[in-house]
Design a binder for this molecule. Structure first.
Ligand SMILES: NC(=O)c1ccc[n+]([C@@H]2O[C@H](COP(=O)([O-])OP(=O)(O)OC[C@H]3O[C@@H](n4cnc5c(N)ncnc54)[C@H](OP(=O)(O)O)[C@@H]3O)[C@@H](O)[C@H]2O)c1
Length: 302
């Protein structure tokens, strides 16, 4: 059956957006927004349902013009830590305005949980509040997805084999009690979005945590050891952190330890995945993600 609704995707070439584009394509016309059209050229050449538009997400007038005829819009803004605080919030609010003015019926905004002090969380949660205000004054309706901690982030801080042969998961910014709500973003977000858009009214104004499994670092290490058949341990260092993948990495993990990634679920972390697992029962566990590729997350050899 040929699709009859247009879904636009802002952030379409990223981990989140590309997963969404791929999953929606058979059922919807997809209009992918990117700053560099060539990134999606080969996919577009094979898919008549995919159109690609070159738009800077900061250019609100251009975003609005390119949203003409769009039924639903998925938005994931990029957190650029080289920019001053509030830049992401401004971009997100501009996109919300553009969507409402263009007559978009459903906005699915990739937010992050409220009450977490780290900047990407604050900026995105502020856009979520703004989208709620705009929904009260327009015909646009919202759904919010809140991505957990990508399983692929582990590649930035791989385990290291110590002199005694044990493979160590080394952290200084978080401790043995800190929970990481893990998600296989690249494969699992798309099917969730597809399920939401099959019946968006059911999820109107809901904040949906997108999480496959919530684990502590000792649990992450134990599962890795079982899957890769190596002895492992979690190690919490007390000196200057080794893991510094981007500006803000240390502060962000400290906030995960002190406040929790999903503050509203403090003390009931096992419940974080409940809504997403109903939307997509195939959600990957940490073990399934590791088993998907034998060479994934190789440890650094001694
Ligand atoms: N890593 C995690 O665990 C995690 C968890 C939850 C939420 N997040 C959030 O996810 C967002 C990143 O999304 P992602 O992982 O899908 O992104 P990604 O894979 O790093 O891709 C970046 C995307 O952002 C777009 N973009 C727009 N402006 C950009 C800029 N100034 N610099 C670089 N890229 C820009 C790029 O699009 P074009 O180049 O095609 O225009 C590209 O599609 C961040 O806001 C982060 O806070 C991450």
């Amino acid at each position: 059956m040929s699709p009859n609704k247009v879904v636009a995707v802002i952030g379409s070439t990223g981990a989140q957006g590309f997963s969404v584009v791929q999953s929606l394509l058979p059922s919807f016309f997809v209009r992918a927004f990117t700053r560099s059209q060539e990134k999606l050229q080969s996919l577009a050449s094979e898919n008549p349902n995919l159109s690609v538009v070159q738009v800077d997400p900061n250019d609100t007038a251009a975003v609005k013009a390119a949203l003409h005829g769009v039924w639903a819009l998925f938005v994931n803004t990029f957190s650029d830590y080289t920019q001053p605080l509030g830049v992401e919030e401004k971009q997100g609010k501009g996109i919300v305005d553009a969507a409402a003015e263009a007559g978009v019926e459903w906005l699915v905004f990739s937010s992050l949980p409220d009450n977490m002090p780290f900047r990407a969380f604050v900026d995105k949660a502020n856009v979520m509040k703004y989208a709620r205000e705009i929904a009260r004054k327009s015909s646009m309706k919202n759904v919010f997805v809140e991505l957990g901690y990508y399983m692929s982030n582990s590649l930035w801080n791989p385990p290291v084999q110590a002199a005694d042969g044990v493979v160590e998961f080394r952290w200084s910014t978080i401790d043995e009690k800190t929970y990481l709500p893990l998600i296989a973003t690249q494969t699992d977000l798309g099917p969730i979005l597809k399920a939401i858009l099959e019946d968006p009214a059911k999820w109107e104004d809901t904040e949906i945590p997108i999480v496959g499994e919530t684990l502590t670092v000792p649990q992450i290490a134990e599962i890795y050891g079982r899957v890769r058949n190596v002895p492992t341990r979690a190690v919490f260092l007390h000196h200057i952190p080794l893991e510094t993948s981007f500006d803000g990495w240390i502060d962000m993990h400290r906030d995960f330890k002190e406040v929790g990634y999903f503050p509203a679920y403090k003390g009931r972390e096992s419940e974080i995945r409940e809504i997403a697992s109903k939307l997509y029962p195939g959600l990957k566990s940490w073990e399934a993600w590791l088993r998907e590729d034998d060479t994934r997350l190789d440890y650094v050899k001694h």
